[in-house]
Design a protein around this ligand. Structure first.
Ligand SMILES: Cc1cc2nc3c(=O)[nH]c(=O)nc-3n(C[C@H](O)[C@H](O)[C@H](O)COP(=O)(O)OP(=O)(O)OC[C@H]3O[C@@H](n4cnc5c(N)ncnc54)[C@H](O)[C@@H]3O)c2cc1C
Length: 409
């Protein structure tokens, strides 16, 4: 097939690799003149790592990133709110902190057609009748047998799904992010978070190496109301540092160098729900189809899972309509479960509802120790809630979670 992919983020990159390998004629359009990583770092879950393994990239990812064994969140007084260890899900299970740059380059280097990506081309719309794409400079591309919209949370192409777009609202809160080089960070295998009510949350996620830079890196994030993110300025930097000093004083030396707002990246997130992610020869994947709050750290994983499921569906069904419906069925339960969870859990960590913070601090720890609740909580963390292969990692031939695994690439 002649396939167009709009967007060269994780979903677009992974789709380009998998579909080119199936022999399709793939053309990628990316709005940035020089595609590169957007954002700081992220947590890859076992589900996402399994897709990289299938692509022969897990060994390299493990070398570039940082194994994360536990998510640990406390109040400023040191009371544990969240303490979830991956190995309690199953022996040898872990997450992987990575810089965006490391994953971007890993996928780009694995994509034989990377040099032909049509950069600086912002797709403006799609004409279902002619199966062509138009860009913002008035150029027309196509026709294509299949158009994959992988143009992220603020997608223009998902509008092609018409009435199937059920929700695309902005979350009221956002965050500031930055990469910090700290070679001697004392907790290299734990994602640490500190919560002061629901209005303040700070995180430190070890993410390993950063392309073009020496040393070991962490992602620092700081929660703020959406308006404050939009208008974040140099005075905001001073206020942020004062808040860090109040609720996580040990972190102060690591953020002391921030003097200008431009040193931090701003993030707002959307809650996107499509009743059906395809319409005619258009299919929407990744954040374009199901952007959510990053609270559960699943978005990159979802993008990888979408790309793998779409490639499988296209390989299994020669009729495009049947293949796209098979893709929807394969991803539906998993995507819906995390959309709901994300919508439900985010206000417990980012909102003006103080009482929710009290409930969280009082209940999360004890509930997490109840045998019947611990399993589902761990499954949510690892990305395996309503995943078709709930214990899937162990079923993958060259298992990155096996002792002695060295990577297949
Ligand atoms: C602050 C923050 C923290 C996060 N932390 C985590 C985490 O810890 N773990 C996790 O798994 N996920 C995390 N996520 C979510 C994750 O970043 C996304 O889910 C993931 O990047 C989605 O990949 P994507 O390819 O669908 O979209 P994107 O990565 O957004 O890529 C979209 C691409 O399309 C391009 N594009 C957009 N519009 C057009 C157009 N019209 N024409 C051509 N090109 C276009 C963009 O330039 C971009 O390159 C986080 C998100 C945020 C905001």
């Amino acid at each position: 097939m002649r396939i167009a992919i709009a967007g060269y983020g994780t979903a677009g990159q992974a789709s380009a690799i998998l579909l080119s390998a199936q022999g399709h004629d793939v053309t990628v359009f990316e709005q940035s003149p020089e595609p590169g990583p957007v954002g700081a770092g992220f947590l890859l879950q076992p589900t996402g790592l399994a897709v990289l393994e299938r692509m022969g990239l897990a060994g390299r990812a493990l070398a570039l990133g940082q194994r994360i064994e536990e998510l640990h969140g406390t109040t400023p007084r040191g009371r544990a709110v969240m303490a979830m260890r991956y190995r309690d899900r199953r022996e040898g299970c872990f997450g992987l902190g990575m810089t965006r740059g490391a994953l971007f380059e890993l996928l780009r280097d694995a994509h034989a057609g990377a040099s032909e990506v049509r950069t600086g081309t912002r797709i403006a719309g799609y004409d279902a009748a002619t199966r062509r794409l138009a860009d913002t400079d008035g150029r027309v591309h196509g026709p294509y047998d299949l158009v994959i919209a992988a143009d992220g949370a603020h997608s223009v192409l998902r509008g092609g799904c018409g009435q199937h777009v059920r929700r695309q609202s902005l979350y009221p809160w956002g965050a500031l992010w930055s990469l910090l080089r700290i070679d001697d960070w004392p907790e290299p295998d734990r994602l640490l978070q500190r919560y002061a009510g629901t209005r303040s949350m700070i995180g430190m996620l070890p993410v390993g190496t950063r392309p073009g830079h020496a040393g070991r890196w962490l992602t620092f994030y700081f929660s703020l109301p959406g308006e404050a993110v939009e208008h974040f300025d140099d005075a905001g930097v001073v206020a942020m540092k004062a808040r860090v000093a109040e609720i996580w004083p040990e972190l102060s030396p690591h953020v002391a160098h921030f003097a200008h707002a431009g040193q931090l990246q701003r993030a707002r997130y959307r809650d996107v729900v499509l009743a059906r992610p395809h319409h005619g020869p258009l299919v929407v994947i990744g954040d374009a189809a199901h952007a959510m709050s990053p609270q559960l750290g699943q978005g990159v994983n979802m993008a990888l899972l979408d790309a793998a499921a779409l490639a499988d569906a296209l390989a299994s069904h020669s009729d495009l309509a049947v293949a796209l419906e098979a893709y929807r069925r394969e991803r539906h339960a998993h995507v819906r479960a995390y959309q709901r969870m994300s919508r439900w859990l985010t206000p417990l960590f980012q909102s003006d509802r103080t009482a929710l913070g009290w409930c969280r601090d009082a209940l999360f720890g004890p509930v997490g120790r109840v045998p019947g609740a611990r399993g589902p909580m761990l499954r949510i963390l690892t990305g395996e809630l309503r995943h078709p292969v709930q214990d899937g990692i162990g079923q993958i031939a060259n298992d990155p979670y096996s002792p002695g695994y060295t990577g297949s690439d």
